[in-house]
Design a protein around this ligand. Structure first.
Ligand code: HEM
Length: 500
């Protein structure tokens, strides 16, 4: 089978340089239309606001928040420029939904992760995305996800047993524990292989982390947005090296699984003992490839790496924020614990698929945490045609940034919008009338395929942590930074005390 074609064709250096220089001069000289949204202060010719973004993830997030707050104060739509490229920030829920539904294309910055995620769902161009999303949707339906609950339980049990060594010893960094837990769950439900070999997992997650750091560096330096310059850098070579490490791991897993399934077929057996209570996504994709010729091996690799990458870090980060918040709000923690004990009828047993929807208060805590500390605090889109919004028509080929942070702190949430109040989710009169004010899992047709998976995995993990430990934290000490995801700068704010 032929390999997938290249998506982002490279332009010759001379052509690129010429078009850059021309567009820079044009953007400098071009008068701004009076009908344009307000420009964020501090714009400079040629470099735009790019210089304001230089710095580490903490600095970047501080700046971004200033953009989003300015947007909230200026009728929910402003312009910033990175180099000569216009980026429009939106915090209006209706305009955000319009952009999310009608601008399904991702802007060029998403191509920075192309060497590792290829044309997986997050980075795929629209034509391919439509076909593949339709093929993958059934693999995320409720029945399939419920079959993963056993695996979530197994991993959560391992998690609490490793956390036991930290209990009673004061604050520690819980993030590595949570990352290992969510990565193992995601890896297992996606690839189906046993993941006792933690060295492979460590290598995989370390490579992902490093790649995200390199992507951030590239995003912040406008000159590195030009592929021909970036290709000459040490970062580019380093990024390719890391992508190769991940590719080798994934390819070897896929090949092993294919051989296992082939052997099982010859012996007239289905699957193997490692995957007896669920069918991993890899098997579903191999089946679709076999019966409908739906995927090439490259497609499978790109989708699986994307899904694992999109699943574990977001989920682990969400759990970290939840623990910091409930560790700082003992009343909320106690209410969650009491609800859990009631649902489990005070039995020391596994969570099952019927328990999860009954954890209504826990779900309110998850949503309220995602509202205040969304691991994905913005997402971006583009379109090759002009985009008509309530008050403005935005020019084609710009980047539109939907500020999840801004939507979640919109005045529509009421005067207590900055406070952590999970109960608001249990009383519809306390929620904004416009449901698009919540975008923790994105908005519209190209939203998060794994949102239900994420909530189920988080609930299972929390139900073990809560039963085993009292959690203490201090939200006042929380500092956040954002590269691709919003994260606590360090996780040293959580202490555990054993309940048993
Ligand atoms: C708390 C956990 C999660 C959060 C906050 C989250 C958030 C998001 C957001 C905001 C997007 C849109 C990204 C963009 O357009 O740039 C997205 C897309 C996506 N997410 Fe999640 N996610 C979570 C968990 C998961 C899980 C568990 C999976 C997989 C099992 C997953 C798989 C994906 C995929 C594949 C996409 C791309 C969807 C598409 O374009 O069709 N996510 N997620």
């Amino acid at each position: 089978r032929s390999p997938s074609p290249t998506v982002y064709p490279e332009k010759p250096v001379s052509e690129l340089s010429l078009s850059c220089i021309t567009s820079a001069i044009w953007s400098w000289l071009k008068p701004r239309s009076v009908k344009s949204p307000p420009m964020y202060p501090g714009w400079l010719p040629l470099i735009g606001h790019g210089y304001q973004l230089m710095g580490d993830d903490k600095h970047l997030w501080k700046r971004e928040k200033e953009f989003y707050d300015f947007c909230l104060q200026n009728n929910d739509l402003i312009e910033v420029r990175v180099g000569t490229h216009s980026m429009f920030i939106l915090t209006d829920p209706d305009d955000s939904l319009t952009v999310a539904n009608y601008c399904l294309d991702k802007p060029y910055i998403y191509s920075f992760g192309h060497n590792v995620y290829g044309r997986g769902l997050i980075t795929a161009e629209v034509k391919r995305w439509k076909i593949h999303r339709k093929l993958l949707n059934p693999s995320f339906n409720l029945n399939v996800l419920q079959s993963f609950v056993g695996e979530f339980n197994r991993q959560a049990k391992r998690l609490v047993s490793s956390l036991a060594s930290e209990a009673g010893k004061g604050p520690f960094d819980i993030q590595p524990y949570l990352i290992t837990n969510e990565l193992k769950s995601a890896y297992r439900t996606t690839f189906g292989t046993k993941v006792e070999n933690s060295e492979t997992l460590k290598t995989y997650s370390h490579a992902t982390e490093q790649i995200l750091t390199l992507i951030l560096e590239r995003m912040q330096n406008i000159w590195l947005h030009l592929s021909f310059i970036y290709k000459m850098t040490k970062s580019s070579r380093e990024s390719d090296k890391l992508a190769k490490i991940m590719k080798d791991i994934t390819e070897s897993v896929i090949n092993n699984r294919k051989s296992q399934l082939k052997a099982a077929k010859q012996l007239d057996k289905v699957g193997d003992s490692a995957t007896e209570d669920f069918v991993p996504l890899l098997d579903r994709m191999l089946d679709l490839a076999d019966k409908q010729d739906a995927f090439t091996d490259d497609d499978i690799k790109e989708h699986l790496d994307t899904i694992v990458g999109a699943a574990y870090d977001t989920t682990a980060t969400a759990v970290t924020f939840i623990l910091i918040l409930i560790g700082s709000h003992p009343d909320v923690q106690e209410k969650m614990y009491q609800e859990l004990q009631k649902v489990l009828e005070h039995e020391e047993r596994d969570i099952d698929k019927h328990d999860l929807p009954k954890l209504v208060y826990m779900e309110a805590v998850i949503k309220e945490t995602l509202r205040l500390y969304s691991p994905a605090p913005r997402f971006a889109r583009t379109s090759n045609i002009d985009v008509k919004l309530k008050n403005y028509t935005l020019p084609a080929n710009s980047t539109y940034i939907i500020s999840v942070y801004g939507l979640h702190r919109h005045a529509m949430w009421g005067p207590d919008k900055d406070q952590f109040i999970p109960d608001r989710w249990l009383d519809p009169t306390r929620l904004p009338k416009n449901p698009n004010c919540f975008a923790g899992f994105s908005l519209g047709r190209r939203n998060c395929i794994g949102k239900l998976y994420g909530v189920m995995a988080i609930k299972t993990t929390l139900s073990y942590i809560l039963r085993h430990f009292r959690i203490y934290s201090d939200i006042e000490k929380l500092e956040t930074g954002c590269d691709v995801l919003l994260k606590p700068v360090a996780g040293y704010f959580i202490s555990l005390e054993s309940r048993v």
